[in-house]
Design a protein around this ligand. Structure first.
Ligand code: FES
Ligand SMILES: [Fe+2]
Length: 401
């Protein structure tokens, strides 16, 4: 076959993709600070955030059935590496086997259900801390001390219980129930998948995780990541000093979306020949439906940091928690110390905790005591929020109230 026939389909490069986004941003700034927006405002009832029936349906239909982002491949890179997923539903362990494939299992011994693994150290066998039953990396029961006592039990019926898992584009997904299926991640992400590939998640390395509890509904907290309308008012001395308020790009990919906020530096590009614009790595803030924000942002000194924020329902509608994770981007120069990424992580966590989540907590309290007939309104500029709430409602089978 000739080279011509084997050449891949023409695809825009990551640089061209970013340039197309930047053109839209600069056009908004040139127009005096416009933004992408939806066709109309949307009003909804406070029950969206407070109704226990709705909340249970979300836990059951979304968090109990949909593929959930459990981490990045770098966290479970080598055979015997373990990644734990404990945020919703059953405790799950993900382990890379000797052939390099990922297995996911209930983190439950098949003797008397003890928790099998409590840390992510690399291991050759999964050994239960209770009576030392041992399983190989494919979940087979390979050793039972005092096996004579179990002589009528067929060892092959006591392998670990599988959980659906899928790995694609440097991301690891599970479904939070027992099952044998492989998750078709590319199908789940649809047209947002190729955009996420541009972040080179497969080449990242973990910097740190932290966990933030907040007394607000998980969607109220999630809403704060989907609009840049609040930067000036809520973040005047933090994010608002470097990011323009209410100049936002929005692209939906089914239930998933990408928003691009506008660094103030783009103001300087209005009227400048595009040839002279600096080259910025591909970035943007992606909602991997239902609950995970994955973004790339340029680092001082070049390259990117990757942030991943996963939001989960707590025990009641008005409680949630966020696992915030930061990774060194594949394109980050070796000279950028890990401390620079840690510093960025800690700064963002502090702002989110004290500004975004502080407002979210008080807003939730007010919604729980909202007067009869009160309606929340999302503006045309809060199109990402409208998108998410519509898809949540559709997937739980309860129309928006
Ligand atoms: S519960 Fe695991 S060996 Fe007994
Ligand atoms: Fe914010």
């Amino acid at each position: 076959m000739s080279d011509t026939l084997e050449a891949p389909a023409q695809q825009d490069s990551d640089a061209e993709a970013m340039r197309r986004l930047e053109r839209r941003t600069v056009a908004h700034l040139a127009a005096g600070g416009t933004t992408d927006w939806g066709p109309a405002p949307l009003t909804i009832s406070p029950s969206e955030y407070t109704d226990p029936v709705r909340f249970e349906a979300e836990k059951r239909e979304l968090f109990g059935k949909a593929p959930l982002l459990a981490g990045l491949s770098c966290e479970v890179a080598n055979p015997g590496d373990v990644l734990l997923f404990d945020s919703v539903g059953p405790a799950i362990l993900i382990v890379r086997n000797r052939e390099g494939a990922l297995n996911a299992f209930l983190n439950m011994c098949t003797h008397r259900a003890a928790r099998l693994v409590s840390d992510c150290a690399r291991r050759k066998l999964l050994v239960c801390p209770f009576h030392a039953w041992s399983f190989d990396l494919d979940g087979r029961l390979v050793a039972m001390p005092g096996e004579d006592s179990f002589e009528t039990i067929d060892r092959t019926t006591r392998n670990l219980v599988r959980v659906p898992v899928g790995e694609w584009g440097g991301m690891v997904f599970v479904k939070a129930y027992a099952g044998e299926e492989t998750i078709d991640v590319a199908a789940w992400l649809g047209e947002m998948g190729p955009e996420l590939l541009r972040l080179n998640l497969a080449g990242t390395s973990l910097i740190k995780h932290s966990r933030v509890e907040v007394e607000t509904n998980w969607k109220y907290a999630l809403d704060t990541y989907g609009e840049g309308y609040h930067f000036g008012a809520l973040h005047p001395t933090t994010f608002g000093t470097t990011t323009c308020s209410n100049v936002i790009l929005f692209d939906s990919f089914g239930p998933h979306y990408r928003v691009n906020f506008t660094n103030s530096g783009y103001r300087d590009l209005v009227g400048v020949d595009e040839q002279d614009w600096p080259v910025t790595p591909y970035g943007g803030s992606h909602l991997v439906f239902p609950n995970s924000i994955v973004y790339g942002a340029p680092m001082e000194g070049g390259g990117s940091m990757i942030g991943m924020y996963r939001l989960y329902p707590g025990d009641v509608p008005g409680r949630s928690f966020t696992i915030m994770s930061t990774y060194r981007g594949a394109d980050a120069p070796a000279g950028t110390p890990d401390a620079a990424f840690e510093g960025a992580h800690d700064y963002i966590e502090e702002v989110v905790r004290t500004e975004d989540y502080s407002v979210s907590k008080e807003g939730q309290r007010n919604l729980q005591h909202a007067p009869e007939g009160f309606r929340i309104v999302y503006g045309r500029n809060e199109i990402a929020l409208q998108n998410t709430h519509r898809h949540v409602a559709r997937m739980i089978g309860m129309p928006l109230d």
